[in-house]
Design a protein around this ligand. Structure first.
Ligand code: SAH
Length: 371
């Protein structure tokens, strides 16, 4: 017998095919799809406009088991929330919801753990624990939207809360190392007949997997691309990011240039600032020279540098750059006409900041003495 399909792993077309197999009229699939992605139902029992027999069949023949929510943590007066989930194998996945006055962003995981082993990243220390399915990626976003809806129902504190405006694939994992499942999640969440999130409201961040960048350049939806650069030369980048040995800076920038030529979309480079390692004025100069060399001097750059103050990871022999260094770095880039911003931090006190997602429950379980 075939294993039951998971409801959130079915695209709208898959759901239609399944219901057709069951001999149901086509509009039933549309109804169910709306329940899932517009009403955010988690269970057929809530779909009261379906015949009882169909609800029963949905319950028995489809897998509805969700990610297990292990814990939620919040800070910033409830405006930053982290969810720690586990998948059926027990592997962790974490998501962070950030509510701002004019928008709400969720940062989701594309894998449990990560294979890339960047030295400064907490997730990198776990190694790859498992791929997430499309449904598991989608479900993190649905969690965030449900949180926002329930915040709105609890006035007066948060009655002005926005519903979800942005999804960033910057949680655990490397999206391009789980490309198909990740892309299907983007398509699902974008579907105007369902969750209806605009393509430009998605941002994917990659460690710099060149084949993924090339694939995205040919993709049908214009999602935003961010690339983790973190160093202006190969020696330094390889010491921080082992992936640089496979895809060195020249190859990465060539793929980025092609991506921009094809899409005409701006790419942002992420640059985590590590005290004394990659944050000196000479590094800023070298970075400016590197990026400017990609363009004729008179042309506007379709690059943007996003400076990220490093969020400390326990046990990593690194330090966070001092504020003055961060600002000096920014000044140098700006003087060389390289557009740049410093990322505003959220969630550091609940280990929800960039690169801090490391499966806390798993760590805790591992340190609990056996009975
Ligand atoms: N695998 C993707 C997404 C990972 S996380 C990638 O590498 O881009 C998103 C961003 O957070 C990346 O730029 C990553 O390098 C950065 N990051 C990782 N650890 C961090 C830390 N401790 N502090 C600040 N940023 C970090």
């Amino acid at each position: 017998m075939e294993p039951k399909p998971h409801m959130l792993n079915l695209s709208q077309a898959d759901l239609q095919a399944l219901l057709q197999e069951w001999g149901e009229p086509a509009y039933r699939a549309r109804q169910i799809y709306r329940h899932l992605y517009v009403n955010l139902a988690t269970d057929p029992a809530a779909m009261t406009d379906l015949p009882k027999a169909l609800r029963e069949r949905l319950t028995t023949d489809v897998d509805w088991a969700g990610l297990r929510l292990q814990r939620t943590l919040s800070c910033d007066d409830g405006l930053t929330r982290k969810a720690l989930f586990s998948v059926s194998t027990g592997a962790p996945a974490e998501s962070v919801l950030m509510v701002y006055p004019d928008r709400a962003t969720v940062c989701v995981s594309s894998q449990s753990g990560c294979l890339m082993r960047c030295t400064f990243c907490a997730t990198g220390r776990l190694g790859l624990l498992g791929q997430l399915t499309t449904g598991q990626i989608v479900e993190q976003v649905l969690w965030a939207e449900r949180e926002l809806r329930s915040m709105r129902e609890r006035p007066p504190s948060h009655d002005q809360v926005h519903l979800l405006t942005n999804v960033v694939f910057m949680g655990m994992g490397e999206p391009f190392n789980n490309y198909d499942a990740w892309w299907a999640a983007v398509e699902r969440l974008h579907d105007p007949q369902g969750f209806n999130m605009g393509a430009r409201n998605f941002t994917v961040s990659t460690v710099g997997l060149v084949p993924g960048i090339r694939r995205l350049a040919a993709a049908t939806l214009p999602v935003n691309l961010a690339i983790s650069l973190h160093a202006p030369n190969d020696a330094l980048r390889s010491s921080l990011m082992p992936v640089n040995k496979a895809f060195p800076i020249a190859d990465l920038l060539a793929a980025t240039r092609d991506y921009i030529a094809k899409t005409r979309r701006r790419v942002s480079f992420e640059y985590v600032l590590l005290e004394g390692k990659n944050d000196l004025p000479a590094h800023a100069e070298e970075l400016a020279t590197l990026l400017r060399s990609q363009y004729p001097p008179d042309q506007t750059m379709l690059f943007h540098v996003n400076l990220i103050p490093w969020n400390p990871v326990p046990g990593a022999p690194l330090e966070r750059s001092h504020r003055a260094r961060v600002l000096a770095f920014q000044d140098i880039l700006e003087a060389r006409r390289v557009p740049c911003t410093v990322r505003v931090e959220r969630g550091s006190e609940i280990a929800a900041a960039c690169g801090q997602l490391a499966g806390m429950a798993q760590d805790e379980a591992a340190t609990t003495p056996a009975e």
